[in-house]
Design a protein around this ligand. Structure first.
Ligand code: HSE
Length: 307
């Protein structure tokens, strides 16, 4: 039996426009690294990052606590966390630590859980930060690639993305409200028009077809959401310009990454990716906001043995 293990989990983008709470994509922009070490007793958290070190308020801590109880594990565990995914920007930060902790726990105690179970345990950590469980980010971060999340019962379908798919992301340097995900979920209407639902469903279906056919153009030009994006975009100063600029610079589709405020443009490797990023920066600059820009591609997941 091993006594220590380190697992790396990737950042992720949720929703991809019309797939609210259903679609997730692991992206190689950032990583969280979690090391679990068996100790005599208790659960302790060690980190140099500005995150809660009380296991009750930490996504990785919650995962370990819950799994330890569930599998009746005796003794203690030290959790060392190195955050690479910026917290609160719609890049799956809480999911990254939860995913890495879940996969590390599974390996440390030789549980050999299947993909759906790993995602379910990782989702437990997400509950703490978002106020409700949604598995889109954790599923992507655990399994890698593109994921479709079905619930009741939880069943995640993973599809390998096209190798030429690229994303240009702009992360605005703005203050993030406390409980951001909860706040931005509150902005979404409870009732929607049937015609809007039909539009979103058609584009969501086309995105799935795009991943199945490895067709980056079909994925990109189906990133269209008439329900959640219009309700949230006011929370991102400059969003309309950022989107317009990116599309003009050659992006195929542009939307909010997860609950925001990062904006994500979908395109392919043959596009002028730097031009798209600068166009997005200029969009944020028009609202007097600086941003960090990133060019990235789909990533493997924390549990993907091919890493
Ligand atoms: N699907 C979730 C949302 C992702 O958009 O609220 C948040 O991380």
């Amino acid at each position: 039996m091993i006594s220590k293990i380190t697992v790396k989990a990737p950042s992720s983008t949720a929703n991809l426009g019309p797939g609210f709470d259903v679609f997730g994509l692991a992206i190689d922009a950032f990583n969280d690294i979690v090391t679990l070490t068996k100790t005599k007793n208790g659960i302790s958290i060690i980190t140099d990052d500005n995150i809660p070190t009380n296991p009750e308020n930490n996504t990785a801590g919650l995962v370990v606590k819950n799994m330890k109880k569930k599998f009746k594990i005796k003794g203690g565990i030290e959790i060392k966390i190195k955050k690479g995914i910026p917290a609160g920007f719609g890049m799956g930060s809480s999911a990254g630590s939860a995913a890495a902790a879940t996969v590390a726990f599974d390996k440390l105690f030789g549980l050999e859980l299947d993909g759906n179970s790993l995602v379910e345990f990782a989702g437990f950590g997400e509950k703490a930060s978002a106020g409700s469980v949604h598995y889109d980010n954790v599923a992507a971060s655990v399994l890698g690639g593109f994921v479709i999340v079905r619930t009741n019962p939880l069943d995640v379908i993973r599809i390998e993305p096209p190798t030429k798919l690229r994303m240009c992301i702009a992360v605005p340097k703005i203050d993030i409200p406390k409980k951001k995900t909860k706040v931005s979920r509150g902005a979404i209407p409870k009732k929607i028009k049937l015609t809007d639902s039909v539009l979103n469903l058609s584009n969501a279906s086309a995105i799935v077809a795009g991943f199945m056919r490895k067709d980056s153009d079909l994925i990109g030009n189906s990133i269209k959401d008439v329900i959640v994006e219009p309700a949230r975009q006011h929370m991102i100063p400059g969003f309309v310009r950022v989107k317009q600029n990116a599309l003009k610079a050659g992006a195929l589709g542009v939307t909010i990454s997860g609950a925001g405020p990062s904006v994500i443009a979908f395109t392919k490797s043959s596009s002028d990716l730097k031009k798209i990023n600068s166009a997005m920066s200029r969009g944020f600059a028009s609202a007097n906001i600086e941003c960090q820009t990133i060019i990235c591609k789909p990533s493997k997941g924390a549990a993907d043995k091919r890493r």
